[in-house]
Design a binder for this molecule. Structure first.
Ligand SMILES: [Zn+2]
Length: 263
């Protein structure tokens, strides 16, 4: 038996608990009579994760749900295996469920062929038992997680509010960076800005992201990201994620009117 190290009442973050890096943050929600896990991580760390949960004296049969913040392999490659081993239900947004049930390696970032990147073990397809939508509530014993749909990084990105805590997924990190913006991933800048605005205005005191340290919610950090992404919408740097590119529009007008470049 290992002494439980609570980050907040009812919340154990397994990297901090184990003093071991599991690659992404894994939040165990302790509702007393049952528990849930927000993200399970990758196959190579699943044995250690399950072992740790057992040593913390959480009965494996009392797992209410294995929750996917979104369908990226670093967060949920082990979901299929964990579902079988714990005999627990999985929960994800319908858009994430699509990628997870198909085991889509490109959309889940398990494979980036153009960079020769392949995650060991690929992306095992996983049945999603519960489709989590905006406004749903997940009861975990005496605790309740309110489901927020916060698309942008990916279409199926979820956040979860529990009292003054907001499990904020890959929306924003302590340094103001955001989850990767990538066309193959279904990133969508206008939705991302809406989600970040919602987080900025949220009635929550602490953000618990899926990467990096937890931090006190600071509207200035969120505003910085909102301002940056607002600019990205009109910059060619972001390819098909761009909403418009003023230079291209101007150039087309010049071509059509026979205007020569001002050199
Ligand atoms: Zn991530």
């Amino acid at each position: 038996m290992v002494q439980r190290k609570y980050l907040f009442p009812g919340v154990i973050e397994l990297n901090l608990q184990a003093a071991q890096s599991f690659g992404v943050n894994l939040y165990l929600i302790d509702g007393g009579t049952e528990w849930a896990l927000i993200d399970v991580g990758q196959n190579e760390t699943l044995d250690d994760v399950i072992d740790l949960i057992r040593k913390l004296d959480f009965p494996l049969s009392k797992c209410k749900m294995l929750i996917a913040t979104h369908a990226d392999a670093d967060h949920v490659q082990a979901l299929a295996s964990a579902r079988l081993r714990l005999k627990a239900k999985t929960g994800a947004h319908p858009a994430a469920a699509q990628a997870l049930e198909a085991g889509d390696p490109v959309q889940t970032y398990a494979s980036i062929p153009a960079q020769g990147f392949e995650i060991d073990g690929g992306m095992p397809a996983c049945k999603i038992d519960v489709k989590l939508e905006e406004g749903d509530e997940i009861k975990v014993g005496k605790l309740t997680l309110k489901v927020w749909s916060t698309p942008g990084h990916t279409p199926g990105q979820l956040s979860f509010q529990m009292g003054n805590l907001l499990f904020s997924g890959d929306n924003i990190y302590k340094d103001g960076c955001v989850g990767a913006i990538d066309a193959h991933h279904g990133s969508h800048l206008p939705s991302f800005i809406t989600s970040l605005t919602r987080l900025r205005d949220a009635d929550a005191e602490f953000l618990l992201p899926s990467h990096g340290p937890m931090f006190r919610k600071d509207p200035a950090i969120l505003q910085g990201a909102i301002d940056r992404l607002t600019k990205y919408q009109h910059m060619a740097d972001f390819g098909t994620c761009t909403v418009s590119w003023p230079l291209e529009d101007e150039w087309k007008r010049d071509i059509l009117t026979g205007k020569m470049p001002a050199l």
